[in-house]
Design a protein around this ligand. Structure first.
Ligand code: HEC
Ligand code: HEC
Length: 358
């Protein structure tokens, strides 16, 4: 049951009291006039000699009406007092109600703001169910969802994002709110094989207006576990699939894979010694900058000789086991046959990448 709205209660009370007030005065006018002494009619003389209700036998052809009870002037005035007191009481009650309204007003306003926020959370939840579900998951756990390790989105339903946990730290509150809002508005582009967070703000070509984005932020920061659990229900009610279906990661081209292995591989990233940016020196002074290797390689005499001798795989062989080509070189063997950790396929991908650097 929704909480009773104080506004409605006060309004209903005022209305009831108003109707009672009007009814009371109508009754007062009617009743008062019915007990008011009548205008003298001449029958008063007879009434003095006969009891009320008696009829008078007399030798006239006229029928004489029963004698009415005389109104008791005391009774009239006593009742009038009561009525006046009752009326005044009602008047005061109306003032009291107006006063109560002003006293209760802050509470009423707070309730209003709360209702507004509840509506915002609900709308944000519905937007989430429609637009974010596939990447961020059923309950907003994203890539940390134990049931769906394949989700590309980051967790949104997490303690660091919740208003309750950061409300006492205004700086953190602002940073968090800005991070969530900006990320939704502008998205976050990720390099090739990874899936990007799309931009949703209309200024960035997205489909959501400012209010909708605010509703999403409100949902993320103020939503309860129940609100998150309701996401699947919303999907069900809209006839949408209840399992997230994230976009498939792009298949990496050999060059992209090679680039990845060059910057991070399980053995030693090549970038610990080499730069592949023509404008940046290599971290290790005597490791050549490979920024133009596609046109400049091979570099050392040994590799040049192998290439000249017709070895098409001279670069593969070099990366597999440099000391075997040039004894004493500090570049370690990477091929598994020479004790390294990269497969031939991986090394071939690296050679493709290096030869693409023109
Ligand atoms: C196509 C998949 C996809 C969809 C759809 C998507 N996101 Fe994302 N979202 C991502 C990815 C991927 C990231 C992580 C980017 C990164 O690694 O920095 C992300 C990150 C975020 C972040 C930043 C989290 C953080 O900790 O920095 C927020 C906030 C966010 N998404 C909200 C949303 C909302 C709200 C929606 C729905 C309107 C949505 N996302 C829809 C993929 C998606
Ligand atoms: C410990 C530092 C180090 C690491 C790690 C390293 N290299 Fe080297 N690399 C060198 C040095 C030093 C040379 C220069 C060898 C020489 O004297 O000719 C070199 C030379 C090269 C050359 C030029 C060969 C030629 O003469 O044409 C290539 C290509 C190369 N490295 C690729 C790589 C790749 C790919 C990786 C990662 C899989 C890598 N290196 C990792 C130190 C390193």
């Amino acid at each position: 049951m929704p909480p009773i709205d104080l506004n409605v209660v006060l309004a209903a009370l005022s209305l009831l009291l108003f109707l009672a007030f009007v009814g009371f005065f109508a009754f007062l006018v009617f009743h008062q006039s019915s007990i008011e002494p009548r205008e003298p009619t001449g029958a008063e003389l007879i009434e003095q000699h006969y009891a009320p209700g008696e009829t008078i036998e007399q030798p006239t052809p006229y029928y004489v009406a029963p004698i009415p009870a005389a109104p008791d002037p005391l009774e009239i005035s006593a009742n009038l007092d009561k009525k006046i007191i009752l009326g005044a009481g009602m008047l005061f009650a109306i003032f009291a109600l107006v006063g109560a309204y002003f006293l209760a007003n802050p509470t009423i306003r707070a309730r209003g703001a709360e209702d507004q926020q509840q509506r915002s959370i609900m709308r944000g939840r519905n937007l989430y169910a429609n637009f974010c579900f596939d990447c961020h998951g059923k309950t907003g756990l994203g890539s940390t969802d134990p049931e769906r390790k394949d989700l590309p989105g980051l967790p949104l339903n997490k303690p660091q994002f919740k208003y309750e946990n950061i409300k006492n730290d205004p700086a953190a509150l602002k940073t968090t709110q800005d991070l969530i809002q900006r990320t939704i508005e502008r998205g976050r582009a990720k390099p090739a094989p990874l899936i990007s967070m799309p931009a949703w703000g209309q200024a960035d070509g997205g489909a959501l207006n400012d209010e909708q984005i605010t509703q999403l932020v409100t949902f993320i920061m103020y939503g309860t576990d129940q609100d998150w659990a309701d996401v699947v229900t919303v999907r069900q009610q809209s006839g949408l699939p209840t399992e997230p279906n994230p976009p498939k990661p792009q298949q990496l081209t050999p060059v992209q894979l090679g680039q990845q292995l060059f910057t991070s591989n399980p053995q030693t990233p090549c970038v610990t010694c080499h730069s592949a940016d023509p404008n940046k020196p290599s971290p290790l002074a005597n490791a050549p900058n490979l920024g133009h290797y596609g046109t400049e390689g091979p570099l050392n005499a040994e590799n040049k000789a192998k290439k000249a001798a017709g070895d098409a795989d001279w670069l593969l062989h070099w990366i597999q086991n440099p000391p075997a080509v040039k004894p004493g070189v500090v570049m370690p063997p990477f091929g598994t046959a020479a004790g390294g950790q990269l497969s031939d396929d991986q090394i071939r991908a690296i050679t493709e990448y290096l030869m693409s650097l023109k």
